[in-house]
Design a protein around this ligand. Structure first.
Ligand code: FEO
Ligand code: CA
Ligand code: CA
Length: 634
């Protein structure tokens, strides 16, 4: 994509005939109308920022997309296009360590059993090749559902139940093999297989390691921490390590009856509301006893999947927030750049630039590139009513941009531990829940899903403007930016909206979505996002699956594929009942795609995926291949 293409305007649908009344009724347009007046509104409506997407809609002939689009689904199946096959690879509870028992759906297995089995709620993952037909998969197990984990559904929690829940979290690493049948199978007995849980010992590294705010009774060094949990998505380094991202860590801590301070509030820590109840049997989750333990979570963790004895490292240089994924790229000048979303309504988008340069001749020399560097938060600028603009990366370094002791930041460790508050001080833009970030394989453009945000236009710090252009945003959008001079270390960028999700059969205003959203491909809440080698953009949804009201006609959560140049979007897969589709990785030949089906049947919804019959629903990784062995999506 060249700059002029990127900078072509994008737009909401033009076929509104009731623009003003509808727009003025919404918080979004009331504000824009009042402030910008009719001239700005006229500009907004007349400009047609997604011109290329409109062309795609009228002539859907993208050469990149070679499959037949699927309709929506409300069935309890995982459905792929004609000519494709999808098979389960592994489900929650399948044994991956020697001596681990087979899954037993009674909900009475012990913590020891779960600690040897695939964790629950499969999420981000990455394929690490060992040879042409063998590889390791490193997979996040984001959280667990007590309704399914325990026969008592969480109502009579014991100490071992807490350990079992902790063992259902974390990361699973296991070997997979493409056997003579052409399909991938996981190998239970592989010596590579490993479970990392909420109790695995890890090292804190970087500027915050050893800081008083990271010290606890159990760890006076402030450098050793147990476990990782709520691991959402992931990244992969050029030197072959796996990055797992700690997202909603706050939900595991409690301090019954206590008042939360400003830092605790900003990170969503709550004294009494806690569905996991770990603090009742494990004092490190009780903030009245261990006020610093939450500071030791909310980081990106680096794991060497090839060495099952290696100690995972929490990389504090990448900041502490609700990390979604970590999208790495190498800038032309050799610095490693990591784009990072913080998935919360009104939080920010970040970028890390390594201090040192990548050494392509000596992989081992790069092992600590994530140890030291500069963190930035994004500010998106836009003229009133514009859906594109310029932006800048604001440095989060102690002593700069107001990040001083007078403003509550004693040192760089405090800036990293309270990165959210630092981003506010420097003036970063509040976003509609930044989820996954993906860098185009041409290394020029970057995309980020902004999944939805019911608070947009409602809360004062979340104005309706720029890349967050709709009040009470139910559907989400994908923002795209291009660093100046295609240099990812540059502080300047230009941005536009690649798509704005919506429901054109229910709405005729902004909530219909951008012109590349149609009755045939509509969806809500884009979340997972990734490119294949050819530059197809894969979009995975974690949205409302009611198929009613604002979501009528959207069906179950799904995966779509987009052409980032033409803007065309086609539905590629649909998931079973009450699931989210998340986690995406490919074999290097691009002929096998691994996709996660998370939480089918959540909240007692009637799913029996994947085994059918009366079985318990289980989060499952699916492998998608073509019947003719061809490249996925082509
Ligand atoms: Fe774990 Fe923001 O999704
Ligand atoms: Ca997600
Ligand atoms: Ca999500």
């Amino acid at each position: 994509m060249n700059k002029s293409e990127l900078q072509q305007d994008s737009a909401y649908r033009e076929d509104d005939d009731s623009d003003f009344s509808t727009l003025i009724e919404s918080g979004l347009s009331r504000r824009r109308f009042m402030q910008g007046g009719a001239a700005a509104m006229g500009l907004f409506l007349a400009a047609n920022p997604l011109a290329q997407a409109i062309a795609a809609v009228s002539s859907p002939t993208s050469k990149l997309l070679g499959f037949t689009a699927l309709p929506t689904s409300t069935s309890d199946d995982f459905i792929v296009p004609q000519g494709y096959i999808a098979q389960p690879l592994i489900s929650w509870g399948d044994p991956i360590l020697k001596n681990a028992p087979a899954f037993d759906e009674s909900g009475t297995q012990t913590s020891a059993a779960q600690a040897g089995q695939f964790g629950d709620n499969t999420d981000g993952m990455r394929f690490f090749p060992l040879s042409e037909n063998r590889a390791l998969l490193a997979v996040n197990n984001e959280y667990t559902n007590y309704l399914l984990l325990f026969a008592h559904q969480g109502k009579q929690l014991t100490a071992d139940d807490v350990k079992k829940a902790q063992a259902a979290h974390g990361v699973s690493i296991f070997e997979v093999e493409r056997k003579n049948d052409g399909h991938w199978h996981y190998l239970k007995e592989s010596s590579y297989n490993r479970r990392i849980t909420a109790n695995t010992e890890m090292e804190l590294t970087g500027a915050a390691a050893g800081h008083p705010l990271l010290k606890t009774n159990a760890d006076p060094s402030g450098k050793k921490v147990l476990g990782t949990f709520n691991n959402c998505s992931n990244g992969e380094t050029p030197w072959g390590t796996y990055l797992t991202c700690e997202e909603n860590f706050n939900g595991y801590f409690a301090a019954p009856g206590a008042e939360m301070d400003q830092h605790q509030k900003r990170y969503g820590l709550k004294a009494d509301k806690n569905k996991y109840q770990w603090h009742t049997f494990d004092s490190r989750f009780d903030m009245s006893q261990e006020p610093n333990e939450p500071h030791r979570h909310g980081w990106v963790v680096e794991i060497d999947p090839m060495d099952p004895t290696s100690t995972p490292k929490k990389r504090t240089a990448l900041g502490r927030f609700k990390h979604e994924n970590a999208a790495l790229t190498l800038a032309d000048n050799g610095h490693l750049v990591v784009y990072l979303g913080d998935d919360e309504r009104g939080e920010h988008l970040y970028k890390f630039v390594s201090k040192n340069r990548y050494n392509p001749d000596n992989k081992a020399a790069n092992r600590d590139l994530l140890e030291d560097g500069t963190l930035f938060a994004a500010r998106f600028n836009a003229d009133e009513g514009e859906l594109k603009g310029a932006g800048e990366w604001l440095e989060l370094t102690h002593g700069k941009n107001g990040l001083t002791a007078e403003n509550g930041f004693a040192d760089q460790a405090s800036v990293l531990i309270y990165a959210r508050e630092a981003a506010t001080v420097v003036g970063a833009t509040t976003m509609d829940r930044p989820e996954w970030v993906a860098v185009h394989p041409d290394n020029k453009t970057v995309f980020c899903t902004l999944t939805n945000n019911k608070n947009r236009g409602i809360q004062d710090n979340q104005p309706v403007t720029g890349p967050n252009p709709r009040a009470e945003n139910k559907y989400g959008q994908i923002v795209r930016w291009e660093p100046d001079s295609a240099d990812h270390t540059s502080r300047a960028f230009t941005w536009d909206l690649f798509l704005v999700a919506g429901n054109p059969s229910v709405h005729k205003d902004f909530y219909a979505g951008s012109a590349n959203i149609t009755d045939e491909n509509m969806f809500n809440s884009p979340d997972g996002l990734g490119f294949d080698k050819a530059g197809r953009l894969w979009i995975l949804t974690d949205g409302k699956y009611s198929n009613e009201g604002d979501f009528a006609g959207m069906g179950n959560n799904q995966m779509l594929c987009a052409d980032p140049v033409s803007g065309e979007v086609r539905r590629f897969a649909t998931g079973p009942i009450a699931c989210e589709i998340t986690g995406l990785t490919f074999s290097p030949d691009q002929r096998s795609m691994f996709v996660g089906v998370q939480h089918p049947g959540e909240k007692n919804a009637p799913s029996h995926f994947p085994a059918g019959g009366n079985s318990k629903p289980r989060s499952t990784i699916m492998v998608i291949q073509r019947e003719d062995g061809g490249i996925i999506g082509a």
